[in-house]
Design a protein around this ligand. Structure first.
Ligand code: KIV
Ligand code: ZN
Length: 513
């Protein structure tokens, strides 16, 4: 008889702990968009905010609750009537109350005695239950709380009627072994569901969360891209993928939406994802060296533990000095370019030469050197062409740009404002291409600038289509606005060409079968 896989619940705190990431501040609209995405993703609980912290925050939580999502909506609250009333006023499904329980935090963060902390906990839980709401209780800094007091406060909270307990590793000081033991012991006295909430101060948030699950935790607190206080919280995408793939457990998450969720949160929060981050980093499914690209084109499992589609991604073969012939051939074939053997050897040679000079080889570089070797203009086909551009900026003038361009020969005009002329002009271009072709800028870098007021600026951009395909392009000009525009238009053209070629390829392969 096959056993039903264990099922783990997910509470996402991107909108609460995630927003506590230094430098991150999300607008009401951003938060609504993220909440809707988390709901589509399938998280069980969305911690939407901390209503008593400001009027704006209360409005956010109320509005998210009013969206009528399938996910339960939770609000954070201290153990005070004022905070709990603010959460009750938002009519949320769950109130998450917390109070410090470690000696250091009781003394220096709230200046309370253990007895005061205990009675505040009990009174708060009873107050919430008297109002017919559900309550998750967190003894803050639980992992630095003396074990007898931790057990005492958890037991008191259980007796007072908490619906679930959360154990926060507030300063991320646990290791998997101690986490496992702590949860195993708590499971013997706590009969309501237990959550785990780990911070990543030592890079162990995901490992510790999984150790808690192994010991019997029922729910994991996570944040998209691992956002959160200081080094952040356990990353949603890493916890989910490991639970599904490595442990064979079940969650309600649609893993195919993990990547688009990560991109959305990265673009709205302004916190970019490191390229080598597991699951959602740009290189997580990219292969460069010859042996790897050869392996994955023969049998993907040679160098991929999971198929990228599971998490909503596609494999990327990258041209670079370590690249092999097979990888570059596959990359070119994918976009409908078929060099002969001699041409391919020459293309590989030139890619390696570029790499040896310390240059990263962008998609646009590969296409342009392939054009040169094959003696045909491949990449100059222009789907998008810039016709005209005007930018105004000044001390009392909001930087504004208007752009006229053609897309498939049809003319479009857009204007936008920005924090500076480059921002304004790139926004204006994206306004058009984003609406028409769902392509947006995912990264902008000013790579090099030579000295002097007539310096040469080198801009590298990455643009992304709605399927998450990323194309990089560069441009070098004396005028930084023009370098940015040229790189952006190059990137958009390459992205569109790549898509259209691979669509044509697929449809002609379909016909051959
Ligand atoms: O990390 C933490 O302790 C918290 C509490 C509010 C639960 O985020
Ligand atoms: Zn936290």
């Amino acid at each position: 008889m096959t056993q039903t896989p264990r099922s783990i619940k997910i509470l996402d705190t991107t909108l609460r702990d995630g927003e506590q990431t230094p430098g991150v501040s999300l607008t009401l609209d951003d938060k609504i968009e993220i909440a809707q995405q988390l709901n589509n993703l399938g998280v069980d609980v969305i911690e939407a905010g901390f209503p008593s912290s400001s009027e704006g925050e209360r409005k956010v939580v109320k509005e998210i609750k009013q969206l009528g999502l399938n996910s339960q909506i939770c609000a954070l609250s201290r153990c005070t009537k004022k905070d709990i009333d603010a959460a009750l006023d938002c009519n949320v499904d769950l109130i998450h109350i917390f109070i410090p329980s470690s000696p250091i935090q009781m003394k220096y963060a709230v200046n309370m005695t253990p007895q005061q902390v205990l009675s505040s906990t009990v009174e708060s839980i009873q107050y919430i239950k008297d109002h017919g709401a559900k309550c998750e209780f967190s003894p803050m800094d639980a992992t630095r709380t003396e074990t007898p007091f931790l057990h005492q406060i958890c037991q008191a909270a259980q007796d007072a009627g908490m619906d679930s307990l959360n154990i926060p590793d507030t300063v991320g000081c646990m290791i998997p072994k101690t986490t496992f033991e702590l949860f195993k012991n708590l499971k013997t006295i706590i009969k309501v569901p237990i959550s785990v909430h780990c911070h990543d101060d030592f890079g162990l948030a995901v490992a510790n969360s999984l150790a808690a699950v192994e010991a019997g935790a029922d729910q994991v607190h996570v944040a998209v891209n691992g956002l959160g206080e200081r080094a952040g919280n356990a990353a949603l995408e890493e916890v989910i993928t490991t639970l599904h793939v490595v442990y064979g457990y079940k969650t309600n998450i649609n893993t195919r939406l993990l990547y688009s969720t990560s991109r959305l949160v990265s673009s709205l929060s302004g916190v970019s994802v490191q390229v080598n981050k597991a699951i959602v980093g740009e290189n997580a499914f990219a292969h460069e060296s010859g042996i790897h690209t050869r392996g994955v084109t023969e049998q993907p499992l040679t160098f991929e533990p999971i198929s990228p589609e599971i998490v909503g991604r596609t494999r990327k073969l990258v041209a670079g000095k370590l690249a092999g012939t097979r990888g570059i051939q596959a990359e070119l074939n994918e976009i409908g370019i078929h060099p002969n053997n001699t041409q391919l050897t020459e293309i590989v040679q030139r890619v390696k030469e570029l790499g040896d000079k310390g240059k990263s080889v962008t998609d646009a570089d590969l296409i342009s050197l392939t054009s040169a070797v094959m003696g045909q203009v491949i990449g100059d086909e222009k789907i998008v062409d810039l016709c005209d551009l005007a930018v105004v900026t000044g001390i009392k003038v909001l930087p504004t740009a208007s752009v006229r361009l053609t897309l498939d020969g049809k003319e479009y005009v857009a204007a936008e404002t920005g924090v500076g002329p480059v921002d304004a002009v790139l926004k204006a271009i994206q306004k058009l291409t984003g609406n028409l072709e769902k392509i947006k800028l995912s990264e902008y870098r000013l790579e090099a600038i030579t000295g002097g007021s007539n310096a040469v600026a080198e801009v590298v951009v990455k643009v992304e289509d709605e399927k998450g395909n990323i194309v990089s392009a560069r441009a070098t000009r004396e005028d930084i606005v023009m370098a940015s525009v040229e790189a952006m238009i190059n990137g958009i053209n390459k992205c569109l060409l790549k898509n259209r070629r691979s669509n044509n390829n697929n449809s002609s392969q379909g016909k051959k079968q």
